[in-house]
Design a protein around this ligand. Structure first.
Ligand SMILES: Nc1ncnc2c1ncn2[C@@H]1O[C@H](COP(=O)(O)OP(=O)(O)OP(=O)(O)O)[C@@H](O)[C@H]1O
Length: 619
């Protein structure tokens, strides 16, 4: 494989450095994050916080009890033979107290981990649901945009491992309180010790921050490549692609591509990890030197008798713990800001607003439609396409009319249909429904009144019944309606052959799922068109996979059942097209001809030419 070009990886490394200011600003996401966590479960949230608070006091208490024990033993030794049983009892009480603290600390640790886990799982579920809810509101065009996908991918990463942030922040607070207790003890003896600790931990804090920032930048700039890696992993091992991967012998090609891309990422990560480890050793050594400096001072004071042996253990222990905790807090802080920046990606995704939506006050949807749809000089351009997909398009779709769209591949037929359903809005001109712009109507009402079956319809890996019911999902338990729709689309003959009938799992991804042939799937998908009583039914190449007899029968039924309703049919088969009331011929996104089959034959233009070509093929 040739060397791949990764412009993002090379150019954004420097561009995507995150400044301190951005890091602190990202912390501003924490309140919103906590609100989300709180909404998930107030009880778990409070329980977690409460238990951690108690646990925070334990290290200082344990050290203090330890000091009392040592001082008491020293006192007992001095008294030698004269110790009373009360003194011994007191000593055992102290030992029991320390034992009790150790047990409570472990139990609280387990309880906190449990609550973290439960809360984290609930939170991940909640975010997944919000991701799906938000995705449902977004424009089709947004889904077709690669940068949007990168955002979605980064947001999706937030649905797992969020416990890291959760326990991270909670742990921070717990540690801070622990440190406050311990530091208070240290300050009583000598406040300078605190300053020494701060100086000792600063180098490793700065180092960690630096490396966290670089690792975030790297990971962020590699989002498109990571997506590609996921995609390669998927197509390299999936039931959907297995057939072609085998026939064309693609596995070597896919694996090579995966290998070179993943190796490139690995080497970048590796060099970062190595320099991080190297610097880590040096910087923590500085911290250790600080600790031993203080230790020498404490030992000297004990030797000269200025502090007791108990004080020595308490101070040395406190110092060690405060340093460890502070290092932890500062380390956590830098990974916390990093997590908070990831959180920004999640909130960025939630902040994406659709451009296609209902107006503030919408016009009631006409029922029945009286005048039909009018295209007035409509033009549309895909964002990633230079040329216009449709331009200067004007025609009327009358009420009750059956219109066929004809044109070569890429002429703009599907695009026209997407504009009718407001999956996109025109960039030029407008589409009127009963004299008013489509944008004045409620979007949901419009979509409810239009039934579209696209050529690339989705084969849901769900039951056969649900695959038909998606045409009107609110009616998914309405078995008679599902069965009637199946009869109309000829799907009933397909379902009759399935062992579990309408409950049969389709697709092989799940247990006991069966795969259907292309035409069988199409009959099932066509059933969706009959699920709702739409005023406009659109079929985009609905019979391409059907055999000749099935196609004939489907259209006989379709024409009868949609009598009085408007319909649009896209087809490359002229046997189907000629049944339409009028035929609209598109070429390069513009209207070339429109008229009935006979009118267009008489005109002897493009339609007549294409029709003649196909007819000759059968002679
Ligand atoms: N999502 C998209 N993003 C960018 N360009 C697109 C997109 N969908 C279609 N196009 C482009 O717009 C043009 C019109 O496509 P459209 O799907 O409307 O053609 P069509 O007439 O339905 O073709 P076919 O007969 O092959 O189904 C094509 O050139 C296509 O490349």
């Amino acid at each position: 494989m040739g060397k791949r070009v990764t412009p993002q990886a090379n150019t954004t490394d420097t561009k995507e450095q995150i400044s301190w200011r951005e890091r602190f600003a990202a912390l501003g996401n924490l309140p919103a994050f906590f609100r989300l966590v709180w909404e998930v479960s107030p009880a778990l949230f409070l329980g977690n916080a409460g238990l951690r608070l108690i646990r925070a006091a334990i290290p200082a208490a344990t050290l203090y009890v330890g000091k009392l024990i040592i001082d008491h033993i020293v006192a007992l030794n001095k008294q030698a033979a004269g110790s009373s049983t009360d003194d011994i009892h007191y000593l055992w009480w102290l030992v029991a107290a320390e034992f009790g603290l150790a047990i409570v600390s472990t139990a609280l640790g387990r309880a906190v981990a449990l609550l973290d886990g439960l809360l984290g799982d609930l939170f991940a579920n909640r975010i997944s649901i919000r991701l799906m809810e938000h995705a449902a509101t977004l424009d089709l065009e947004q889904f077709e945009d690669a940068t949007f996908y990168d955002k979605l991918e980064r947001a999706r990463r937030q649905t797992s491992g969020r416990t890291v942030l959760l326990s991270g922040v909670f742990g921070q607070v717990q540690e801070l309180i622990s440190v406050a207790f311990l530091a208070a003890g240290l300050a009583v003896y000598n406040p300078w010790l605190l300053l020494l600790i701060l100086v000792a931990v600063t180098p490793s804090f700065i180092g960690d921050n630096y490396f966290n920032q670089r690792s975030y930048s790297l990971s962020r700039s590699w989002t498109p490549e990571r997506r590609e890696l996921d995609y390669l992993r998927y197509i390299g091992a999936s039931d959907e692609t297995a057939k072609e991967v085998k026939i064309f012998g693609l596995s070597g090609f896919l694996i090579d591509r995966f290998r070179s891309l993943s190796w490139e990422y690995f080497t970048k990560n590796r060099s970062l990890a190595i320099s991080r480890a190297g610097w880590g050793v040096v910087l923590t050594a500085l911290g250790t030197a600080g600790y031993y400096g203080a230790y020498v001072w404490i030992v000297m004071r004990a030797v000269t008798g200025q502090i007791s042996l108990g004080d020595l253990t308490f101070l040395a222990g406190s110092f060690r713990q405060v340093r460890g905790s502070l290092e932890g807090i500062l380390l956590q802080f830098s990974s916390l800001t990093q997590e908070a920046i990831y959180l920004q990606d999640l909130f960025d995704y939630f902040a994406i607003q659709p451009t296609i939506h209902s107006p503030g006050t919408s016009r009631p949807f006409p029922n029945p439609i009286r005048e039909g749809f009018v295209f007035e000089n409509v033009g549309f351009k895909y964002t990633n396409l230079e040329r216009w997909a449709l331009r200067n398009l004007s025609f009327t779709l009358h009420v009750g009319e059956k219109l066929a769209l004809v044109g070569e591949n890429g002429a703009g037929k599907t695009t026209l249909v997407k504009l009718l359903a407001r999956l996109y809005d025109p960039a030029e001109g407008r589409i009127l429904l009963d004299g008013h712009d489509l944008r004045e109507y409620d979007l949901m009402a419009l979509r409810r009144n239009i039934g579209v079956i696209f050529q690339d319809y989705t084969r849901f890996k769900m039951s056969a019944g649900v695959n038909i019911a998606v045409g009107d999902i609110d009616e998914r338990t309405n078995q008679p309606q599902i069965e009637t729709s199946a009869q109309r689309s000829l799907a009933d003959t397909v379902i009759a052959k399935l062992a579990d009938g309408y409950d049969q799992q389709l697709g092989r991804s799940f247990n006991k799922g069966v795969e259907l042939s292309g035409g069988e799937w199409q009959k099932i998908a066509l059933g969706r068109a009959y699920m709702r009583d739409a005023q406009l039914v659109i079929l985009d190449e609905p019979t391409a996979a059907l055999d000749a007899r099935a196609e004939y029968e489907v259209f006989q039924r379709f024409n009868k059942l949609t009598e009085g309703h408007s319909s649009v049919i896209i087809s490359h088969r002229f046997s189907t097209v000629r049944m339409a009331d009028r035929i609209l011929v598109l070429e390069n996104g513009t209207l070339l001809e429109i008229g009935s089959h006979y009118e267009l034959l008489e005109k002897d233009g493009r339609y007549a030419e294409l029709f003649g070509l196909q007819a000759r093929g059968y002679q």
